[in-house]
Design a protein around this ligand. Structure first.
Ligand code: CAA
Length: 258
C-alpha cells in the first residue's frame, strides 16, 4: 500500500478491496489513479490466493468523473498521442469477478468505471450519470456503449444527451445495478456477496465471467457453443469432482481452486 498514493488495498481471506482515495476531489480519476488502479487490479488478478475484487469509493462519491482540471487545457494532439483513457481498457482483461460498491456520485468516468466492473451494488445515496455533454464532450471511457447495453437505447440517449443523474432505484429498474441497499449496510452487503463468490471454485468463477462477457461480443449460437466447450472443460478440474462429490455426500464442498 505504501506504493499507492490515490488508492488503498486491503485483503481479507480471498477478497481484496480497492478503495479510491482522493476524497477532496470526490475521487476524480486522474492519470495517477488510473495507473495505480489498473496496476493493483492486475497484481490482485495474478494472485492465486485472491478470488474476488471489490472496488469502492467514499460515502460521498464513488467517483465524480475523470479529473476535469487535468484535461481542460490539453490539445487534440496531446490527447491523441497520449491515447487518453485507453489504459482503462486494461481493466477488461481482469479475469476475476469485480464488484463495484457505489455510494454517492458515480458520474462520467465514475459511472464508466463502475460499468467496467462485473456487478454494481448501489447504496441508496448512489447517483449515476454521464454529464459529459455539459462539458462539451462525449463520454470517453465507454459510457455511450456500456450504459446503452445496460439500460437500453431510450434511457441511455436521454441520460447522455442531458447529463441527468439517475438515483439508485432508477438504476436498478433499468438493469444497471444488481441491488440497492441502505448506505450503512453497503460495506457489509458487498462483503457478503464477495464472500459468497469467493467460496466457489476460482476456476468456475473465471469461466463463468468469461462466458457471460461472451454474450456481449458474439452472436447467440456462437456464445452458446463457447459456453458448452467451457462446460466440458470444467470436467478436467479437481473442483468439479469435489463439487459433485460433496453434493452426493450431502456435505459442503472444499474447493482447492485448481
Ligand atoms: N474533476 C476534477 N475535480 C472534481 C471533479 C472532477 N470530475 N468533480 C468534483 N471535483 C472537485 C471540485 O472541483 C471540488 O474541488 P475544490 O474543492 O478544489 O473546488 C471538489 O471536487 C468538491 O466538488 P464540488 O464542490 O463541486 O461538490 P458539490 O457537492 O458542490 O458537487 C458534483 C458535486 C455535482 C458531483 C460536482 O462536483 C460535479 O458536477 N462534478 C463534475 C461531474 C462531471 O462533470 N463529471 C464528468 C467528468 S468528464 C469525464 O468523466 C469524461 C469521461 O467520459 C471519462
Amino acid at each position: 500500500d505504501a506504493d499507492y498514493e490515490t488508492i488503498a488495498v486491503r485483503i481479507a481471506g480471498r477478497v481484496a478491496t480497492i478503495t479510491l482515495r482522493r476524497p477532496e476531489a470526490l475521487n476524480a480519476l486522474n492519470l495517477r489513479m488510473m495507473r495505480e488502479l489498473v496496476e493493483a487490479a492486475h497484481r490482485l488478478d495474478d494472485d492465486r490466493a485472491i478470488s474476488v475484487l471489490i472496488l469502492e469509493g467514499s460515502a460521498r462519491a464513488f467517483a465524480a468523473g475523470a479529473d476535469i482540471k487535468e484535461m481542460a487545457d490539453r490539445s487534440y494532439s496531446e490527447m491523441y498521442l497520449a491515447d487518453w483513457f485507453t489504459a482503462w481498457d486494461r481493466l477488461t482483461a481482469i479475469r476475476k469477478p469485480m464488484i463495484a460498491a457505489v455510494a454517492g456520485y458515480a458520474l462520467g468516468g465514475g459511472c464508466e468505471l463502475a460499468m467496467l466492473c462485473d456487478v454494481i451494488v448501489a447504496a441508496q445515496s448512489a447517483r449515476f450519470g454521464q454529464p459529459e455533454v455539459k462539458l462539451g464532450i462525449p463520454p470517453g471511457i465507454g459510457g455511450s456503449q456500456r450504459l446503452t447495453r445496460a439500460v437500453g437505447k431510450a434511457k441511455a440517449m436521454e441520460l447522455c444527451l442531458t447529463g441527468r443523474m439517475m438515483d439508485a432505484h432508477e438504476a436498478e429498474r433499468g438493469g444497471l445495478v444488481a441491488r440497492v441497499v441502505p448506505d450503512d449496510e453497503l460495506g457489509r452487503e458487498v462483503g457478503e456477496l464477495a464472500e459468497a463468490m469467493a467460496a466457489a471454485s476460482l476456476a468456475a468463477l473465471l469461466t463463468i465471467k468469461e462466458c457471460v462477457n461472451r454474450a456481449f461480443e458474439t452472436p447467440l449460437a456462437e456464445g452458446v457453443r463457447f459456453e458448452r466447450r467451457a462446460f466440458h472443460a470444467a470436467f478436467a478440474t479437481a473442483d468439479q469432482k469435489e463439487g459433485m462429490a460433496a453434493f452426493a455426500g450431502k456435505r459442503p464442498p472444499v474447493f482447492t481452486h485448481g
